[in-house]
Design a protein around this ligand. Structure first.
Ligand code: G
Ligand code: G
Ligand code: MN
Ligand code: NA
Length: 254
């Protein structure tokens, strides 16, 4: 497809950027952001990562694209480190399964943390269950090695995969992100609410924080808060915005 050929050029031409979506705690304070990749195409306009990331995967571009994303994110954390209004924020970065399973992924992360001189505990890697296709043991060991560099892990799109839950005990994750389909489903039915309650209960048993994503309404927020979710992300609290805009919001809140 045309998109594939253009993706390489897009990186060089500076058409890619990260957008930052706030994450809010139970007291309404912004504690961090998720970095989301954006492609501003000269003629097509905004192309969704849901569309071009699979293309990048097919072309084997994901290691390069993923490293670019991580480099940008670490650059942002380096900026934030110097600013009292921003220094305590956590930045969550999506890592695709193929990127995580690259043999030099740990080295890449370690080098970026060092070259940007960031506090690695501010960097959170969002993984999905798909990483487990490489096998529980090797994935667990790699995560342990990464954990020793200080980074933390979040399990993204939780509840949408096919894995058994047993793997959760073996992986050093600190956070589950309830997929936004469950958040939406909780508005529709008692069964949808029961599902969210059981996810929060599993997380609580394992001492994991729960992030609810795709929170769009005050009613959803109230339910999720009552259920015991720790962090909230969604249009109710803020859309993904360019870095400058995100920083401005935080400075104004101070
Ligand atoms: O922000 P948006 O809803 O358009 O994102 C669509 C999908 O793309 C989501 O599943 C999101 O996790 C994924 N995505 C966004 N940014 C990145 C990124 O930097 N790396 C990877 N691997 N996935 C991303
Ligand atoms: O797969 P992942 O959870 O990383 O994807 C996050 C995606 O969800 C991004 O594409 C982001 O733009 C989108 N998103 C963020 N907040 C909301 C929301 O409140 N509602 C909806 N429908 N999508 C959201
Ligand atoms: Mn995510
Ligand atoms: Na998700």
């Amino acid at each position: 497809r045309g998109l594939a050929r253009e993706l390489l050029g897009a990186m060089r031409r500076g058409e890619l950027s990260l957008a930052y979506q706030p994450q809010v705690d139970r007291d309404g304070r912004i504690t961090g952001a998720e970095a989301l990749l954006r492609w501003n195409h000269p003629t097509r306009g905004a192309v969704s990562p849901a569309e071009f990331i699979p293309v990048a995967e097919d072309l084997g571009l994901m290691p390069v694209l993923g490293a670019w994303v991580l480099d940008q994110a670490c650059g942002t954390l380096a900026r934030w480190k110097a600013d009292p209004a921003l220094t305590r924020l956590t930045l969550s970065v999506n890592v695709s399964a193929s990127q995580f399973n690259e043999s030099d992924f740990t080295t890449t992360v370690r080098q970026l943390v060092e070259s940007h001189a960031i506090d690695s505990t501010r960097l959170r890697l969002e993984l999905t269950e798909n990483v487990l296709l490489a096998g529980l043991e090797p994935v667990a060991e790699k995560m342990e090695a990464l954990k020793r560099t200080g980074v933390t892990f979040s399990l993204d799109d939780f509840g949408t995969g096919y894995s058994s839950l047993a793997y959760l005990r073996r992986l050093p994750v600190t956070e589950l992100k309830i997929d936004r389909s469950f958040v939406a489903g909780a508005s529709d039915s008692d069964r949808g609410q029961a599902l969210v309650r059981s996810i929060v209960s599993i997380a609580s048993d394992l001492d994991l924080n729960v992030v609810a994503e795709g929170v769009e309404t005050a009613a959803q927020h109230a339910f999720l808060r009552d259920t015991g979710c720790h962090l909230f992300q969604g249009w109710l609290f803020g859309r993904p915005v360019p870095r400058d805009d995100f920083e401005l919001i935080l400075r104004e809140r101070q």
